[in-house]
Design a protein. Structure first.
Length: 39
């Protein structure tokens, strides 16, 4: 169950990051913060 939670956490993080990037194009307030984890 622990590994499942870890995978779920990564999944949520990924979605949240994508959501942040999407918001960034609309409102680039935290551009510097989002660029830290940019591939």
């Amino acid at each position: 169950m622990g590994s499942l939670k870890k995978i779920n956490n990564l999944f949520i993080k990924d979605i949240f990051h994508g959501y942040c990037l999407k918001r960034q194009s609309l409102r680039p307030v935290r551009a510097g913060r989002a660029h830290i984890k940019n591939p």
